[in-house]
Structures are given as structure tokens and as C-alpha cells.
Design a protein around this ligand. Structure first.
Ligand SMILES: [Zn+2]
Length: 413
């Protein structure tokens, strides 16, 4: 197995692998209740491959080459290996000849979060835990439930009671023990922390468990492998807690370190206007966020008052010379059918928001139309059909007769 250390991004201290170590003890002493996680640890691998593995990206050979995991602990589920689509219709519409879409709706539970859960569940198995817990706005819990189901482990999840119906049904169908929490995602996060401490469960909380960032880096590895020997110039990522974008940053950093890419792309965070703590801090030039009291958006997966991974995420976006944009809920809802009609990819609000973010980024010259740009589409539209329904016109039924059809066709022409 790939040996590694854990390095604190705040103070630089390194720690050997330890199942119980989730954060840096000296930096986490400064933890504010409900604030961004202090002392987030990054995985520092002893060795990285100096050439691309020949095996597909979702194979054990590829994953064990880049991740701190043994093949025997990986759940038998085809996580990752999602396509990088060339989207000719969207290219033409936007006059962006080098635009790609990373279609992560194709993961087993329908979201990018499967990438993190695959690694976290594998580490839990290695460490001898049989119960893994997570707080989630929906997708991380669903992903944990799916991967745990495949590997025969128990998943316990805490979700805000407002989580979309489809996500709740999905995680229950996978057999997770679900606790809807009468409160926000932030409340669910704190309860999960306390429960893991008290009950001895392995904690998959995003921005706390270092393997959540490390697992999500595979999205970047796959983007780079698909475009090699070229590199993307810009990658846009919708952002809630800031973990997916940190995972993407980590992936490109590892590849640069390994000599497999010449340079890292600029990373652009896209947040809803009603839940924009990270982008707000970017624009104000601050190293820390101001929590958004009463954060709200139609993009439920991105709603968080105090993004847990804000400190590391801000650092990485700046190091990439990237930036951030906010988008309105109206723009997010409108982006759902626009993305679907121009690419064939049906995305949930939090994922379609990346297209609205591309418009916004073009508007403020964060990127040029002739650059190599990748949109990471993080979750399937089937997870929140009710919101998608707001952006389409539903036709009333016609009589089962040809003349009724002709009448309707003429009326709409
Ligand atoms: Zn530290």
C-alpha cells in the first residue's frame, strides 16, 4: 500500500498514519464551535507514479497507484471513471472551442461524493470499523450509504430535515440508518461529531476526515488523464463546504509533483448568492470566512453557513491564481434545462450551477473563451426533480387521436 503522512495545512506539522487522527491537535485547539474546521490534514504520499497507469480510472490498479489504499479494502463498486465530454453544442453556443464537461452524475449514487466515500469506507475497513457516520446535505450521505452497502458495512447519516425527498429515499433504500435533524446542515455536522466521539463510529464528515479530500482528487486525475498531454487552463467547481474543490486542487498538485502535468489549472469556485461565504472571503481578500447566517439556496447541496473547509479551500484557490463567482437562484434554475438541452446531461441544481458560474466568470473576465475550460458537473438531476420542474413547461395531455396531435403541433408552431 502507498505509505503516507498527514500534513496540517495551517502549521505544516506532519503526523504518521493513525486511524483516530482526523485533524491537527495544535491547530484544532483553536476550533470555534460551528466555524470552519481548524487543522485540516492533507495526505502526503511517499510515492507517486511517474507515468499514467494503463488500467481504467475506476480500476483498483489506478486507484491504488494514486491513493493511500489497498485493493483488498476497496468496495466492489465502479466509482469514478466518468466521461470528459466535448459538448459541441454548448461549445458552439458559448463560442468556447475548448470546453469540456466532466460528467460526474454517472457515479453509482449519482454524485461526485462517491469518490470520497470509496476511500473513507476503505480506510474504515482497514482500521477495523464496521460503522461509518456522516453529516450531509444529502449527497455525501447517499454516497456513504451506497459504498457501505456494497462493502457490507453500516452507514449512519445525519441530514437536515429539509434534504430533498429523492436523496432521503435513496439513502434509505441503500440501507443507511438515517437521522433527519431538526436543524441546519451545520447542526447535523455537530451532532455527528458528538455521536462519533461517544459511540466509537468512524467519522466521514467532509472537511474533517482527511480522506474526503484525498478521495475527491480522483476527479482531477481523470480530467488530466483524459486531456494529456495537454492540461486544462481552468476548472470550475460548485462549492459548498469547499471539499470538492480542495480535492480537485490536491489532485492537480499531486500530478504536478509527479511530473505528469506541466502546470496546475486555475480553479474557480461557484457559489449561490445566498450561500457565498467562500467567494465573499475571496473578494474581500480575507483568509477566513464570515458565516452566512440563514444561508439558503435552491441548490441544497451548496447551502452551508460556515463552510468547513474554508481555510484550505481559500488557500488553494489563491495558489491556483483562480477566483470565485456567485450566481442567483434564478440563474441556477435556468441552467438546468440549458445544460440538459446542450449537452444531454441532466444535473441537480448544485451541479447545473456550474454553467451559470461559467457565464458569470466570462462576465468578469476570469477566463477567456479560447482557453481549455472544464466544468465539473457534480450530481444528477434525478436527485431533485421538483426544482428542475420549475424551469420547464409541462404540456397538458392530448386526446389519443391524430387530429389532437396535429392541433397541438399547429398551436405551438
Ligand atoms: Zn496544525
Amino acid at each position: 500500500m502507498n505509505n503516507f503522512q498527514l500534513r496540517c495545512h495551517e502549521c505544516g506539522a506532519t503526523y504518521p498514519e493513525d486511524a483516530a487522527r482526523l485533524t491537527c491537535p495544535s491547530c484544532s485547539a483553536h476550533q470555534q464551535p460551528g466555524g470552519p474546521t481548524r487543522g485540516v490534514l492533507e495526505v502526503l504520499l511517499d510515492t507517486l507514479p511517474d507515468r499514467w497507469p494503463k488500467a481504467p480510472a475506476s480500476s483498483a490498479e489506478f486507484l491504488t497507484a494514486f491513493l493511500p489504499v489497498a485493493a483488498e479494502h476497496l468496495a466492489p463498486l465502479a466509482v469514478g471513471g466518468t466521461p470528459l465530454l466535448g459538448v459541441p453544442e454548448l461549445r458552439r453556443q458559448l463560442e468556447m472551442p475548448q470546453l469540456w464537461l466532466k460528467d460526474d452524475t454517472r457515479n453509482p449514487s449519482g454524485s461526485t461524493k462517491d469518490r470520497a466515500s470509496l476511500l473513507v469506507v476503505a480506510k474504515a475497513r482497514q482500521y477495523g470499523y464496521d460503522t461509518i457516520a456522516a453529516a450531509s446535505t444529502g449527497n455525501a450521505a447517499t454516497a456513504l450509504a451506497a459504498v457501505a452497502a456494497a462493502s457490507g458495512d453500516r452507514a449512519v447519516v445525519f441530514v437536515p430535515k429539509a434534504a430533498p425527498e429523492a436523496k432521503l429515499v435513496q439513502m434509505l433504500a441503500y440501507g443507511a440508518r438515517v437521522f433527519p435533524v431538526n436543524g441546519s446542515y451545520d447542526d447535523a455536522f455537530e451532532l455527528c461529531l458528538a455521536a462519533c466521539d461517544e459511540l466509537g463510529w468512524y467519522n466521514r464528515n467532509t472537511a474533517l476526515n482527511p480522506f474526503t479530500i484525498e478521495g475527491k482528487k480522483t476527479a482531477a486525475l481523470e480530467i488530466a488523464a483524459s486531456l494529456a498531454p495537454e492540461c486544462p487552463d481552468v476548472v470550475l467547481v460548485t462549492t459548498g463546504d469547499g471539499v470538492i474543490i480542495s480535492g480537485v486542487a490536491k489532485g492537480f498538485a499531486d500530478l504536478e509533483h509527479a511530473g505528469l502535468i506541466a502546470k496546475r489549472p486555475r480553479l474557480i469556485a461557484v457559489q449561490p448568492a445566498g450561500s457565498n461565504a467562500i467567494v465573499d472571503a475571496l473578494h474581500r481578500g480575507e483568509d477566513n470566512i464570515t458565516p452566512i447566517s440563514g444561508a439558503a439556496s435552491v441548490a441544497d447541496s451548496l447551502v452551508v453557513e460556515a463552510p468547513r473547509n474554508a481555510l484550505l479551500c481559500l488557500k488553494q484557490i489563491r495558489a491556483s491564481r483562480g477566483g470565485g463567482v456567485t450566481v442567483s437562484d434564478d440563474a441556477i434554475v435556468a441552467a438546468i434545462p440549458r445544460l440538459a438541452r446542450h449537452t444531454g446531461v441532466f444535473a441537480e441544481p448544485a451541479a447545473a450551477a456550474v454553467l451559470a458560474g461559467l457565464d458569470a466568470a466570462l462576465g468578469v473576465q476570469l477566463l477567456d473563451r479560447d482557453e481549455r475550460v472544464v466544468l465539473l458537473v457534480t450530481g444528477s438531476g434525478l436527485k431533485d426533480v421538483a426544482t428542475a420542474a420549475r424551469s420547464i413547461d409541462r404540456p397538458s395531455p392530448i386526446q389519443p387521436r391524430l387530429e389532437s396531435l396535429i392541433e397541438r403541433l399547429e398551436a405551438s408552431s
